[in-house]
Design a protein around this ligand. Structure first.
Ligand SMILES: Nc1ncnc2c1ncn2[C@@H]1O[C@H](COP(=O)(O)OP(=O)(O)OP(=O)(O)O)[C@@H](O)[C@H]1O
Ligand SMILES: O=C(O)[C@@H](O)C(=O)CO
Length: 420
């Protein structure tokens, strides 16, 4: 079997989100944690490489993404997808555009599109402006994100300073006229020298049109939802066998632990809900900086049932910690602590982990030394259960994007795993 489509995700929850949506088609989707070393082994038709580069400096992000793409191309992929957040999370020195430009250069591509829309989760783009539910991005809770606060909703304005090439727009008015119209507009924009094109989408039907128009571009960039129609399109083109690659999954025996490092509004609700009826331990970054992680490890090892450890806090408390410790150090201290707790938890019998937050999931998965995730059934849109082996331990991992799921997500995830 050879790979026909390769995706590079800038964080781990984004990678499982994308893999979960593509797996809805019944096709086999494989998720690699970091760029695999050595020759390509057991390639799936859809391969996703999870990186942890959302907030890292441009040169580092470009070089990691290039290495991922080289591996995917060696596996056979001739369609490359650059997956970033549906809320276009990037720092002021954002790397979404620079990574796209580096990948375009390696592929010899002269134009690509940007479409982070995820209508099922309330992310839509209209006239180049990104909305979260009914709010413009910059008025949504994303304005308070601990690492990538989003203070502009206009994707053209966000992207322009990140790229050398010119930025253009295919608006909803064109998308409404179908795939042929989108293709024609992209050609016009290419003639005007517009290499980076934001494409509006407010509903899944728009994504279907855009996917149809762009599925043969060497590089497409966007959120997870735009990739969802691709397996069916590749099947129609005869590039993908119609057989499914589904495997049955079983919950590994062992205890469950929720680890939350996301401070999103939705995760705050989820933590508050789960805390009501489960033993929970709250991490404070300032205390972690002075006392280390030992008290939390001691608490965790004394638990005998399902429990939760979280650093999730309100924007005010996050700001206070950042003022005391520095912006980057506050985040890193929490990530390191949650990673250490995950490792210790595994070694004392925890086999089911629900992790909230992309950076947090990256830190935890890397600490567990997991190199490949097998993508299982979705818990809620964009969050599948994944199965992995960590140093001989079979584990189930649900890596939840900060804003995804409803208030009862943690309990729902554990119940759904039990029902497999
Ligand atoms: N109390 C806190 N004070 C300061 N920083 C914190 C605190 N709790 C968590 N953090 C940091 O905030 C960051 C949250 O980012 P993370 O990507 O994990 O969540 P998210 O952005 O909500 O998720 P996603 O990227 O999936 O949407 C992490 O670096 C985490 O360590
Ligand atoms: O696109 C999203 O919103 C998520 O997959 C994500 O990237 C969270 O980090």
């Amino acid at each position: 079997m050879t790979t026909i489509f390769g995706a590079i995700a800038d964080d781990f929850t984004g990678a499982t989100d994308l893999a979960g949506l593509m797996a809805r088609s019944g096709a086999r989707v494989s998720l690699r944690v970091g760029v695999p070393e050595g020759p390509v082994e057991d390639p799936a038709p859809f391969e996703v490489v999870a990186l942890k580069i959302r907030t890292c400096p441009v040169a580092e992000a470009q070089s990691a993404a290039r290495a991922a793409m080289a591996w995917l191309r060696a596996a056979g992929a001739d369609r490359i997808y650059w997956k970033y957040c549906s809320t276009f999370d990037s720092t002021a020195e954002g790397n979404i555009g620079p990574v796209a430009e580096a990948l375009m250069a390696d592929l010899g591509a002269t134009q690509t599109i940007y479409c982070p829309a995820f209508p099922e989760n309330g992310r839509s783009i209209f006239m180049g402006n990104l909305f979260v539910g009914e709010q413009p991005l910059a008025e949504s809770p994303m304005k308070d994100h601990p690492l990538t606060p989003m203070w502009d909703s206009n994707l053209m304005r966000l992207l322009t300073p990140q790229v050398n090439g010119q930025v253009g727009l295919v608006s909803r008015l064109t998308v409404a006229r179908g795939a042929k119209a989108v293709r024609a507009h992209l050609r016009d924009l290419a003639e005007q020298g517009k290499a980076h094109v934001i494409v509006d989408a407010v509903a899944d039907a728009d994504l279907q049109v855009i996917a149809e128009a762009c599925c043969d571009m060497p590089l497409v960039t966007g959120g997870s939802a735009l990739a969802m129609p691709l397996p069916a399109l590749y099947r129609e083109q005869g590039r993908l066998a119609s057989t499914t690659g589904h495997t049955a999954h079983r919950a590994p025996a062992g205890r469950a632990l929720v680890l939350s490092g996301s401070c999103s509004a939705m995760t705050q609700t989820q933590v508050a809900t789960f805390e009501k009826d489960h033993p929970s331990y709250k991490l404070d970054p300032v205390q972690l900086a002075s006392d280390g992680v030992a008290p939390a490890l001691e608490w965790m090892s004394a638990q005998s049932g399902t429990a939760m450890v979280y650093a999730t806090a309100s924007p005010d408390r996050v700001r206070k910690a950042q003022d005391t410790l520095g912006h980057d150090r506050a985040g890193a201290i929490v990530e390191e602590a949650l990673a250490a707790i995950a490792l210790a938890a595994r070694d004392c019998g925890v086999s089911r982990l629900v992790v909230a937050g992309g950076e947090t999931s990256g830190a935890v998965t890397q600490a567990l030394g997991v190199s490949r995730l097998d993508v299982g059934p979705e818990i809620s849109p964009g969050v599948p259960w994944c199965f992995a082996n960590s140093a001989g331990h079979d584990m189930a991992l649900a890596l939840k994007s900060g804003n995804f799921g409803d208030g009862a997500f943690f309990a729902t995830a554990l119940r759904k795993l039990e029902e497999l």
